[in-house]
Design a protein around this ligand. Structure first.
Ligand SMILES: [Zn+2]
Ligand SMILES: [Zn+2]
Length: 161
């Protein structure tokens, strides 16, 4: 005798089908045919790619903390980088490194939040350092370019593969 299971959305309905993703039993009315088998409506709605960017609350917190840390540490780091030769190259590499750290802090989910935090956290040190010069009209195009490259590289580090 097979064990009877009941649809998780309709506890009174017996079924023999269960979701390929979460394993919950589902009745014929609730089940959704997908390319990878029968799924419950919750999982059928979320394709694989859409789930990659979903962070747990602690991962969101760690992402924000990592962003704040990188903004702070970035100020002295960027002030050194801007005085070095190949500052554009180094800025991009540093931005990519910062973005990677933030990506790891968020459990490697990537996604919009990680990208936003990475770009902002990388841009802040540049803004802090370049703002006084910019206010007196003495900013260099190179410095601005370095900031943009670093921010873009930080965002790229969080792209979803
Ligand atoms: Zn499911
Ligand atoms: Zn049902």
């Amino acid at each position: 005798m097979a064990e009877t299971i009941h649809c998780y959305r309709h506890p009174k309905r017996e079924t023999r089908v269960s979701c390929a993703t979460c394993g919950r039993p589902i009745c014929t009315e609730c089940m959704r045919q997908t390319a990878v088998g029968i799924k419950c409506p919750d999982d059928a709605r979320l394709p694989r790619g859409a789930r990659a960017g979903v962070m747990k609350p602690d991962q969101i917190l760690k992402t924000l903390l990592a962003g704040a840390g990188i903004s702070l540490v970035g100020i002295p780091v960027v002030s050194i980088i801007l005085g070095l030769p190949f500052q554009l190259l180094i800025s991009a590499a540093a931005g990519y490194g910062a973005g990677t750290l933030i990506n790891r802090a968020g459990g490697r989910n990537g996604g919009l939040l990680a990208i936003t935090v990475s770009v902002v956290a990388t841009a802040i040190p540049f803004l802090v350092l370049l703002a006084p010069n910019a206010l007196v009209g003495a900013f260099s195009t190179f410095d601005i370019l370095a900031a943009v490259l670093a921010a873009v590289a930080a965002g790229l580090a969080n792209r979803q593969l």
